[in-house]
Design a protein around this ligand. Structure first.
Ligand SMILES: [Zn+2]
Length: 252
């Protein structure tokens, strides 16, 4: 497939123009014009770039790419090393951040719900109509402790942190993959039983304790492995590209 065609397919699917984000979404680094193999991963770190080169990728597809708002725009140091390796190998970099969190079927939030078999009721509208935070319910209510165990099993790593209030069954959930801990107050205001995200901050614990909402931090990386894989699998199934997901473990 030609690069222009892949760029068009991805942009039509992800619709980056519909939301404000902290980075450019779409083709971030241009490589060769003909694309047969894509390698997906959570973050375009040096280890991931090296693995993609070894896997003979024509393009990489990531959730965390480059050129974040607020960072030094100069291409120096760590960023220079990564981009130099990509340019030398002539590999395209496609990055989708918020559009890949919120996509209704392929997105990180939707894919986490599918992995966990949670019933999705929709976007938590108080935060954003796009589904930056989703809410829904457990098919079978369980205690917060059991829910944390289930997350640990499915994500193949124990959850980072959990606050449970009582032994009442959790019925309603809200979740935001990655660094969504700031949204716990919105979930509490909406009367949700348990809020799940990737990361935790010191103040998150007080929010959970004082507002009577259960909280689980299940890992930023661990909760964001699934959108990019779903998108890569979609490109393989619908457009005949070869797709490989490369996991670079990250305990955060
Ligand atoms: Zn993230």
């Amino acid at each position: 497939m030609q690069r222009e065609q892949l760029t068009r397919i991805l942009d039509e699917l992800m619709q980056p123009e519909t939301m404000t984000d902290y980075c450019p979404n779409g083709l971030q680094v241009e490589g060769r014009s003909q694309i047969t193999k894509i390698v997906s991963g959570v973050t375009a770190s040096q280890a991931f770039v090296n693995a993609a080169i070894a896997a003979k990728a024509d393009a990489v597809l990531v959730h965390h790419g480059y050129f974040w708002k607020g960072e030094n725009a100069a291409i120096t140091g760590m960023k220079k090393q990564r981009i130099a390796a990509l340019l030398a190998a002539d590999i395209n970099v496609y990055a989708y951040h918020l559009p890949l969190d919120v996509h209704p079927t392929l997105g990180n939030n939707a894919q986490l719900a599918e992995l966990m078999n949670w019933q999705v009721d929709g976007a938590l509208a108080e935060v954003s109509p796009h589904g930056v935070v989703m809410h829904g319910r457990l098919a079978e209510p369980v205690t917060g402790e059991v829910l944390a165990e289930q997350l640990g099993e499915q994500l193949q790593r124990p959850v980072t942190c959990a606050v449970h209030h009582t032994h009442r069954p959790v019925q309603t959930l809200a979740w935001c993959t990655g660094g969504g801990q700031g949204f716990i107050d919105n979930a509490a205001a909406a009367g949700i039983d348990c809020f799940i995200t990737g990361e935790v901050s010191e103040q998150t614990i007080h929010s959970a304790r004082e507002q009577g909402i259960d909280f689980i931090a299940a890992g930023h990386h661990a909760t964001e492995r699934y959108g990019v894989q779903a998108l890569g699998n979609y490109l393989a199934a619908e457009h005949g590209l070869v797709h490989e997901f490369i996991e670079i473990d990250n305990p955060a």
